[in-house]
Design a protein around this ligand. Sequence first.
Ligand SMILES: Nc1ncnc2c1ncn2[C@@H]1O[C@H](COP(=O)(O)OP(=O)(O)OP(=O)(O)O)[C@@H](O)[C@H]1O
Ligand SMILES: [Mg+2]
Length: 333
Amino acid sequence: MKHLDLDFPDPCVVVLIGPAGSGKSTLASTWPDTQVLSLDHYRALVSDSAGDQSATGDAVFALFRVFEARLRRGLTSVIDATSTNPADRATILATARRYGVPTAAVIVPTPLPVCLERNAARTGDRHVPEDTVRAQHQAMVATASPARLRQEGFDYAEFAPGLQRLGRLGVLLHRVSDTRRRELGLDGGDGLDGDELLLRRFFGPEIARLATWEDSSDLVTGDDRVVVLEVAGDYRTLAFRRDADGEGNYGFDVLVPCPTDADADDEGECGGPAWLPAYSATDLLRAYDGQHEIGDGLICEGCGYQSEIDHEAADWEAGADNAQEQYPEAIAS
Ligand SMILES: Nc1ncnc2c1ncn2[C@@H]1O[C@H](COP(=O)(O)OP(=O)(O)OP(=O)(O)O)[C@@H](O)[C@H]1O
Ligand SMILES: [Mg+2]
């Protein structure tokens, strides 16, 4: 995989040049994360907001501290900032030169209408004023040609579409493929086990890593299993169902209080395990916040309460067996 990189020396300082929305960060993502110094990322680190322009001074300061630390160690860095102004590039060049590390400018010459369209599609703090995008594009066109950049002092300067020989897509695919093979255990290692992959698919990696599968539990029957998500004493219990929908598809339920417990005038609390189907992190969140609704497929194994049944009329004596029978129907609706 390294051989694909040989056209740029290592170490090297790669400076991406292009207006907002030109695709710099997309190109930068083909380098390992630790090598990419993104000004947006540093703005977010110092201000919690990637687009907070008032944080630019602090962000540049922090970025350069890391940049210099990497230069001292003889490491490659990719500077992901617009760098459409010669003054910004001069600071980067002078710093790289102090450590004797070669520099490469890569122009990302995306047409202005495309940058504007992408910018318009961005929301919140990622949206840049249109005039700013125009000015950045104009500055790039006026000052950033390979010949001019070499005059500025770059050792290499090229348009991004002229970098086919570097095979950046290939570099990215090699890295992603290595990671996926490691996760799946195809590299001879243990990989992530099936249980973790399953949780990832439903809820994402952040949640999957909080999970502990119980060896046995009274809460489930048959091949179903219980898994607990816990962090700092805050936890929720899930059930993995081999057959969640009566059609052989598996799925998860999250344990929630029985809704009849909330009825003040009921004669006593049910206290039974009530289960709510959870197909995503958002389903988990709604259950966590108690924002789920009647009709979400909830069923209580204690009292037989089931969503979509008028609980005044429900047979409160219906046991867990009955509830189990009704379950596929409840979540299919
Ligand atoms: N080669 C490409 N093909 C298709 N879409 C692309 C390509 N490169 C970038 N994009 C898309 O364009 C948008 C902007 O890309 P990106 O975030 O990389 O731009 P940027 O130059 O880093 O912008 P900013 O300076 O605002 O951070 C993204 O939605 C990205 O998915
Ligand atoms: Mg970016």
